[in-house]
Design a protein around this ligand. Sequence first.
Ligand code: F6R
Length: 234
Amino acid sequence: MKIIRARDYRDMSRKAANLISAQVILFPRSVLGLATGSTPIGIYDQLAEWYDKGDIDFSETVTVNLDEYHGLPPDDPQSYRAFMRAHLFGKVNIRPDNTHLPRGDAEPRAECARYDALIARLGGIDLQLLGLGRNGHIGFNEPGEAFEKSTHCVELTADTIRANARFFGDEGAVPRRAITMGMKSIMQAKKILLAVSGDKKDILERSLSGPITPEVPASILQLHPDLTVITDIP
Ligand code: F6R
């Protein structure tokens, strides 16, 4: 595991964007696993800026996102598809049919199977970007009794609903369920980049050096052979 300590959020975003950009320059057909939430916004802004300057080309790149809210169609402004369009896909030359997220409006069981089959067909993920939830979740793999292997539909915890209310105006509007990539697709990614910012010192420490337990889903990342953590937490 490599831990890169950044000076601040901007520095963290630039360093993470540099690593993603190196991946795309070296392997233009990379399959990038992407995340939503506040943490990656600065990374996506930086990638879009470098794209504008002609430094990076996404024309052959494929993306698979970690998760999507259940019940929201892709054109819902609160969907993660809309988030990705606003922050990255709409700003760079990635082909829309090369961008993949679970469909929130599909029948969950069939959609989960479709998503796993899709990731397998793409040959797995080359570089997976992750954020860290306040309760240690990655994707929407919430604390529980077991690490869930495949893409599955989850009930969001009260913690996660509260944390995501900022995007919806109030807690009541946050969807209660989500479809998330499972641990197998995440752990089989060739490289993982975990970006952690702000007020998450305790959960970051528990994830990186505490016991490996499904109670702290991110703790399984300790077993990944190529994990880079970039954080602005001293
Ligand atoms: C989002 C996702 C979540 C977030 C996590 C941290 O696609 O998978 O696991 O990465 O909730 O969110 P922020 O970055 O908003 O603190």
